[in-house]
Design a binder for this molecule. Structure first.
Ligand code: MTE
Length: 329
């Protein structure tokens, strides 16, 4: 994710750039940091440039769950090693190698506050929540706005189940998801230009669509920290930034929220962010995507290929002439 304002700290277009050029640019930036430039401008976020590659990946408890066969990804799964070492998690740093720094994330106990326009606000521990909703496995395509993609076996439950527990009032129209903001372990939070905490939002209709998923595991074990432990969204018809990680609060509201990336750069990252190959990002095409763990580029599909399940959510807006840049950016 990159914002348009060019500043000393910005690594522009990296994920949307052929890897050859990306690494050339990183090398350039490394040189500038060595010369004292960028490090002074953004000390915490530049930490990744010096991160030790010797950090061990956390051992993860198994989390078996029956596979829901309704959603076939039509693609090979991304090798686990590739999927869990190429991440976005800005609370730690803005490198794709963030898995190393993210190993510090504390995940037990994990509590989620459910509040706002609900019958009765409550806080629930993750284990208790899992007992109440049960677990299943789903194989989802995962498409980042930066034009890379993965196919991931998530373990979790339909978000609709949490909505049912919350009992939203008739006035509730949207849900806001807030990510953990822990300055003791998340050095990226000291990058003051970001509107922390990370927040995302869905309409209640989107949230109760069966595809919207809360993941607590992947590849048959609990979520690794870098992928958003202890609980994260997987909203596969939208660009990946909609899928907030490490969620600690779920708030029901009657107003469309201004989300993290929208606050940062609303001309590039909107509320809806439905995948559409025909609507380019202002600075790059969305027509194709790079499959992580391979050298393949493949065509991107509208709603990331999930149109049969979700297109009806937007039919009225489209009939009313809503501009594609609103729904698909
Ligand atoms: N959630 C939080 N809290 N912080 C983040 O930086 N990055 C988003 C999203 N959720 C992000 C986040 C982006 S831009 C993407 S593409 C996906 O997480 C990446 O998920 P992955 O690293 O598990 O592939």
């Amino acid at each position: 994710m990159f914002v348009k304002r060019k500043r000393g700290w910005e690594i522009a277009e990296a994920g949307a750039t052929p890897e050859r050029l990306f690494f050339a640019r990183r090398a350039l930036i490394g040189g500038a940091v060595a010369a004292g430039g960028i490090a002074a401008a953004r000390p915490a976020a530049a930490g990744w440039l010096f991160a030790s590659p010797k950090v061990a990946m956390r051992k993860l408890a198994p989390m078996p769950a029956p596979l829901d066969k309704r959603y076939q990804p039509g693609r090979a799964l991304t090798p686990e090693q590739a999927a869990t070492t190429y991440n976005n998690f800005y609370e730690f740093n803005d490198s794709k190698d963030v898995w190393q720094q993210a190993q510090r994330l504390p995940v037990t106990p994990w509590n989620i506050v459910v509040d706002g326009l609900v019958a009765k606000p409550f806080t629930i521990g993750l284990e208790d929540l899992i007992k109440r909703v049960g677990l299943e496995e789903r194989l989802y395509r995962h498409r980042c706005v930066e034009a890379w993609a993965m196919t991931v076996p998530w373990t979790g439950f339909a978000l609709a189940r949490l909505v049912a527990l919350a009992q939203p009032t008739a006035a509730a129209k949207y849900i806001v998801f807030t990510s953990l903001e822990d300055r003791k372990v998340m050095p990226g939070l000291s990058a003051g230009f970001y509107p922390w905490p990370y927040t995302e939002g869905l309409t209640l209709a989107e949230a109760t669509n069966d595809l919207a998923f809360l993941a607590v595991g992947m590849y048959g074990h609990v979520l690794p920290p870098q992928d958003g432990a202890a609980i994260r969204l997987a909203v596969p018809w939208k660009y990946g930034f909609k899928s907030a990680k490490s969620i600690v609060r779920v708030t029901f509201t009657d107003r469309q929220p201004k989300t993290f990336w929208q606050q940062l750069q609303s001309s590039e990252y909107g509320f809806w962010a439905n995948v559409n190959p025909a609507v380019p990002h202002p600075r790059w095409s969305q027509a194709r995507e790079r499959l992580i763990g391979t050298t393949e580029m493949v065509p991107t599909q509208i709603y990331n290929g999930y149109g049969e399940f979700v297109a009806p959510l937007y039919a009225d807006m489209i009939k009313q002439g809503v501009r594609p840049t609103v729904l698909y950016r």
